[in-house]
Design a protein around this ligand. Sequence first.
Ligand SMILES: C[S@@+](CC[C@H](N)C(=O)[O-])C[C@H]1O[C@@H](n2cnc3c(N)ncnc32)[C@H](O)[C@@H]1O
Length: 253
Amino acid sequence: MKGERTCYTPLFLYLMLMVSDWEVQIKAQIRLRYAQQAENESWKTKNPNETGYPIDLIENLPPDLVAQYSGCGYLFKDINFDGSEMVLDLGSGTGLDSYIASTLLNTGEVFSLDMTFEMLSNHNIHNIKSICADMEYLPISDASIDVIIANASFNLSINKEKALSEAFRVLKDNGRLIMRDIIKVTDLPLEVLTDPLSFNTSLGGALDELSLESKIGKAGFIDIVISDYQPFSYVKSVKIEAKKISINPPPQP
Ligand SMILES: C[S@@+](CC[C@H](N)C(=O)[O-])C[C@H]1O[C@@H](n2cnc3c(N)ncnc32)[C@H](O)[C@@H]1O
């Protein structure tokens, strides 16, 4: 599956017809914005070093992926992989984190998923498969993923409850959710609140910490930990970790 890319456009269009005009319009704007970013090399995004990626790690990563990174922080600190995991990167963009995850795996695989086709680069890495789909309608089997990662993408989902319930569905028992995203710490300035395009840049969809934690818990996750607060524009970037634990754990020997 070298650099394979799969696009679920007919499914995507069908689902778009089933949701509200508002959601359709916002999602179309988000896709347009990130398609433009993917095709415009001069589009300014943050350097991963500025958001906490170790310099020695960045120096050994493909420069084009580093240049196109648009996340809000480093999510692999203190996270262990045994190498056999199936990893799903939600809203992967061009895939810097998918690439880092792929280097931590042995027999495992990474699914790099984004709804903006132009964002999905052909990584040419044997254990990364790109999927063009919406995180609110995952074309992925139940209980098939060990680790979900998401960097600055969950906030862009319009229906966060749906995105979280899909994440919960596709995770195996003991599966881990590891995200880096932004939270509101105060009311956003008027110019952001009145900007119809603010949803495109995550700010419009940012939640406060309590609402975020409550939505993750309502989706069924436990052991929710929000940590590593860093200033990020008008908001804060945080690391979010949670687990899916079986309601009926296997009997102990
Ligand atoms: C700010 S970028 C972050 C990209 C990447 N995670 C990184 O760290 O560079 C957000 C990405 O999320 C994608 N996205 C937004 N809403 C999505 C959705 N509902 N389903 C899948 N991808 C989505 C966008 O297309 C965009 O590529």
